[in-house]
Design a protein around this ligand. Structure first.
Ligand SMILES: C[S@@+](CC[C@H](N)C(=O)[O-])C[C@H]1O[C@@H](n2cnc3c(N)ncnc32)[C@H](O)[C@@H]1O
Length: 182
Protein backbone atom coordinates (compact mmCIF):
# COMPACT_ATOMS: atom_id res chain seq x y z
CA UNK A 1 0.00 0.00 0.00
CA UNK A 2 2.80 2.37 1.02
CA UNK A 3 4.76 1.39 -2.10
CA UNK A 4 1.74 2.09 -4.28
CA UNK A 5 1.26 5.55 -2.81
CA UNK A 6 4.98 6.42 -3.23
CA UNK A 7 4.75 5.32 -6.88
CA UNK A 8 1.57 7.33 -7.42
CA UNK A 9 3.09 10.44 -5.88
CA UNK A 10 6.26 10.15 -8.01
CA UNK A 11 4.14 9.75 -11.14
CA UNK A 12 1.98 12.72 -10.15
CA UNK A 13 5.06 14.89 -9.51
CA UNK A 14 6.66 13.92 -12.86
CA UNK A 15 3.47 14.60 -14.79
CA UNK A 16 2.99 17.94 -13.10
CA UNK A 17 6.53 19.14 -13.68
CA UNK A 18 6.45 18.00 -17.32
CA UNK A 19 3.43 20.25 -17.89
CA UNK A 20 4.97 23.18 -16.07
CA UNK A 21 8.21 22.76 -18.06
CA UNK A 22 6.37 22.85 -21.33
CA UNK A 23 4.28 25.91 -20.48
CA UNK A 24 7.30 27.77 -19.14
CA UNK A 25 9.26 27.07 -22.30
CA UNK A 26 6.62 28.20 -24.76
CA UNK A 27 5.74 31.23 -22.65
CA UNK A 28 9.35 32.29 -22.43
CA UNK A 29 10.75 31.53 -25.88
CA UNK A 30 8.04 32.30 -28.41
CA UNK A 31 6.96 35.80 -29.35
CA UNK A 32 3.32 36.68 -28.69
CA UNK A 33 1.17 36.19 -31.82
CA UNK A 34 0.44 39.88 -32.30
CA UNK A 35 4.11 40.66 -32.93
CA UNK A 36 4.23 38.09 -35.73
CA UNK A 37 0.88 39.12 -37.04
CA UNK A 38 0.66 42.92 -37.17
CA UNK A 39 2.17 44.42 -40.31
CA UNK A 40 4.92 46.92 -39.63
CA UNK A 41 4.66 50.23 -41.54
CA UNK A 42 7.28 50.52 -44.27
CA UNK A 43 8.91 53.62 -42.73
CA UNK A 44 10.01 51.61 -39.67
CA UNK A 45 13.71 50.78 -39.45
CA UNK A 46 14.08 50.09 -35.72
CA UNK A 47 12.11 48.21 -33.04
CA UNK A 48 12.38 49.48 -29.46
CA UNK A 49 11.24 46.84 -26.97
CA UNK A 50 10.69 48.33 -23.51
CA UNK A 51 11.07 45.74 -20.74
CA UNK A 52 12.44 43.35 -23.36
CA UNK A 53 13.28 40.55 -20.87
CA UNK A 54 15.19 37.81 -22.69
CA UNK A 55 14.07 39.17 -26.05
CA UNK A 56 11.44 36.67 -27.14
CA UNK A 57 9.33 39.38 -28.80
CA UNK A 58 12.29 40.47 -30.91
CA UNK A 59 12.07 37.20 -32.81
CA UNK A 60 9.72 38.35 -35.60
CA UNK A 61 11.87 41.44 -36.20
CA UNK A 62 15.30 39.83 -36.06
CA UNK A 63 17.42 40.39 -39.23
CA UNK A 64 14.81 42.85 -40.57
CA UNK A 65 15.21 45.82 -38.24
CA UNK A 66 17.66 47.40 -35.84
CA UNK A 67 16.73 46.14 -32.37
CA UNK A 68 16.87 48.33 -29.28
CA UNK A 69 16.13 46.57 -26.00
CA UNK A 70 15.61 48.28 -22.67
CA UNK A 71 15.10 46.59 -19.32
CA UNK A 72 16.11 46.99 -15.69
CA UNK A 73 18.07 43.70 -15.73
CA UNK A 74 21.90 43.93 -16.07
CA UNK A 75 23.11 42.78 -19.49
CA UNK A 76 25.25 39.93 -18.15
CA UNK A 77 22.22 38.38 -16.42
CA UNK A 78 20.16 38.07 -19.57
CA UNK A 79 20.07 34.72 -21.35
CA UNK A 80 18.82 35.83 -24.75
CA UNK A 81 16.36 33.43 -26.37
CA UNK A 82 18.20 33.75 -29.70
CA UNK A 83 21.43 35.27 -31.05
CA UNK A 84 19.94 38.57 -32.17
CA UNK A 85 21.54 40.50 -34.97
CA UNK A 86 21.89 44.25 -34.69
CA UNK A 87 20.79 44.42 -31.04
CA UNK A 88 21.59 47.35 -28.80
CA UNK A 89 20.68 46.70 -25.15
CA UNK A 90 20.54 49.33 -22.42
CA UNK A 91 19.88 48.70 -18.75
CA UNK A 92 17.27 51.37 -18.15
CA UNK A 93 13.86 51.61 -16.55
CA UNK A 94 10.96 53.02 -18.52
CA UNK A 95 11.15 56.08 -16.25
CA UNK A 96 14.86 56.62 -17.07
CA UNK A 97 14.16 56.16 -20.77
CA UNK A 98 11.41 58.77 -20.51
CA UNK A 99 13.94 61.23 -19.01
CA UNK A 100 16.38 60.52 -21.85
CA UNK A 101 13.66 61.11 -24.45
CA UNK A 102 12.74 64.33 -22.65
CA UNK A 103 16.30 65.69 -22.46
CA UNK A 104 18.05 64.36 -25.55
CA UNK A 105 17.43 64.94 -29.20
CA UNK A 106 16.30 61.47 -30.27
CA UNK A 107 14.51 60.78 -33.54
CA UNK A 108 11.95 57.98 -33.16
CA UNK A 109 10.10 58.67 -36.40
CA UNK A 110 11.36 55.39 -37.89
CA UNK A 111 10.90 53.37 -34.69
CA UNK A 112 8.19 50.93 -33.67
CA UNK A 113 7.83 50.75 -29.88
CA UNK A 114 6.59 47.47 -28.42
CA UNK A 115 5.89 46.25 -24.89
CA UNK A 116 4.63 43.03 -23.38
CA UNK A 117 3.36 43.21 -19.79
CA UNK A 118 5.66 46.08 -18.87
CA UNK A 119 3.64 49.30 -18.95
CA UNK A 120 1.32 47.62 -16.46
CA UNK A 121 4.03 48.12 -13.82
CA UNK A 122 3.90 51.90 -14.32
CA UNK A 123 1.49 54.42 -12.85
CA UNK A 124 -0.91 56.22 -15.17
CA UNK A 125 1.25 59.36 -14.94
CA UNK A 126 4.41 57.47 -15.91
CA UNK A 127 2.69 55.63 -18.77
CA UNK A 128 1.40 58.95 -20.14
CA UNK A 129 4.76 60.68 -19.74
CA UNK A 130 6.54 57.88 -21.59
CA UNK A 131 3.97 57.83 -24.40
CA UNK A 132 3.92 61.60 -24.90
CA UNK A 133 7.71 61.88 -24.82
CA UNK A 134 7.95 59.10 -27.42
CA UNK A 135 5.41 60.93 -29.59
CA UNK A 136 7.33 64.19 -29.16
CA UNK A 137 10.40 62.35 -30.48
CA UNK A 138 8.38 61.52 -33.59
CA UNK A 139 7.26 57.97 -32.81
CA UNK A 140 3.99 57.09 -34.55
CA UNK A 141 3.97 53.32 -34.24
CA UNK A 142 3.24 51.34 -31.10
CA UNK A 143 2.17 47.81 -30.20
CA UNK A 144 1.47 47.33 -26.50
CA UNK A 145 0.37 43.93 -25.18
CA UNK A 146 -0.85 44.54 -21.66
CA UNK A 147 -3.61 43.55 -19.23
CA UNK A 148 -6.80 45.54 -19.84
CA UNK A 149 -8.25 47.76 -17.06
CA UNK A 150 -11.34 45.57 -16.61
CA UNK A 151 -9.17 42.59 -15.66
CA UNK A 152 -6.61 44.31 -13.44
CA UNK A 153 -7.84 47.74 -12.34
CA UNK A 154 -4.45 48.71 -10.89
CA UNK A 155 -1.82 46.85 -12.88
CA UNK A 156 -2.99 47.53 -16.41
CA UNK A 157 -2.75 49.59 -19.55
CA UNK A 158 -3.76 53.18 -18.75
CA UNK A 159 -3.13 55.15 -21.98
CA UNK A 160 -6.06 56.87 -23.78
CA UNK A 161 -7.94 54.05 -25.50
CA UNK A 162 -9.12 56.19 -28.42
CA UNK A 163 -5.50 56.41 -29.64
CA UNK A 164 -5.32 52.64 -30.23
CA UNK A 165 -7.07 49.88 -32.11
CA UNK A 166 -7.50 46.60 -30.27
CA UNK A 167 -6.85 43.77 -32.72
CA UNK A 168 -8.60 40.68 -31.43
CA UNK A 169 -6.62 37.61 -30.39
CA UNK A 170 -9.17 35.24 -28.87
CA UNK A 171 -6.55 32.85 -27.49
CA UNK A 172 -4.52 35.61 -25.88
CA UNK A 173 -5.00 36.38 -22.20
CA UNK A 174 -3.69 39.93 -22.72
CA UNK A 175 -5.13 42.76 -24.78
CA UNK A 176 -3.23 44.20 -27.74
CA UNK A 177 -3.27 47.98 -28.17
CA UNK A 178 -1.88 49.07 -31.52
CA UNK A 179 -1.30 52.41 -33.16
CA UNK A 180 0.24 51.90 -36.61
CA UNK A 181 0.44 54.60 -39.27
CA UNK A 182 0.79 53.02 -42.72
C1 LIG B 1 6.45 40.08 -17.40
S1 LIG B 1 8.13 40.39 -17.82
C2 LIG B 1 7.97 40.48 -19.60
C3 LIG B 1 9.27 40.38 -20.31
C4 LIG B 1 9.15 40.46 -21.82
N1 LIG B 1 8.46 41.66 -22.24
C5 LIG B 1 8.45 39.23 -22.36
O1 LIG B 1 7.28 39.30 -22.72
O2 LIG B 1 9.10 38.18 -22.38
C6 LIG B 1 8.28 42.11 -17.39
C7 LIG B 1 9.63 42.71 -17.76
O3 LIG B 1 9.57 44.08 -17.49
C8 LIG B 1 10.76 44.47 -16.88
N2 LIG B 1 10.43 45.68 -16.10
C9 LIG B 1 9.67 45.78 -14.99
N3 LIG B 1 9.58 47.05 -14.58
C10 LIG B 1 10.30 47.78 -15.48
C11 LIG B 1 10.59 49.17 -15.62
N4 LIG B 1 10.12 50.06 -14.75
N5 LIG B 1 11.34 49.55 -16.66
C12 LIG B 1 11.81 48.66 -17.56
N6 LIG B 1 11.58 47.33 -17.49
C13 LIG B 1 10.83 46.90 -16.46
C14 LIG B 1 11.18 43.29 -16.05
O4 LIG B 1 12.56 43.29 -15.76
C15 LIG B 1 10.79 42.14 -16.97
O5 LIG B 1 11.82 41.79 -17.86
Amino acid sequence: MILLSVFKSAWFHRTLSKGVGKRYKSADFEAATCFHDLRVPSCVKQVLNIGCGAGRNFRPYNFLYKLWGVDVVPYHRIKWVAPFSNLNYEQLSVEQLTEILHNDDIDLSKTLIISDCVLMHESETDQLRFYFEARKCGCRNFIFREPPPYKHPHRCFKLPLDEFTQPHYPNDTMTVYAHLEY
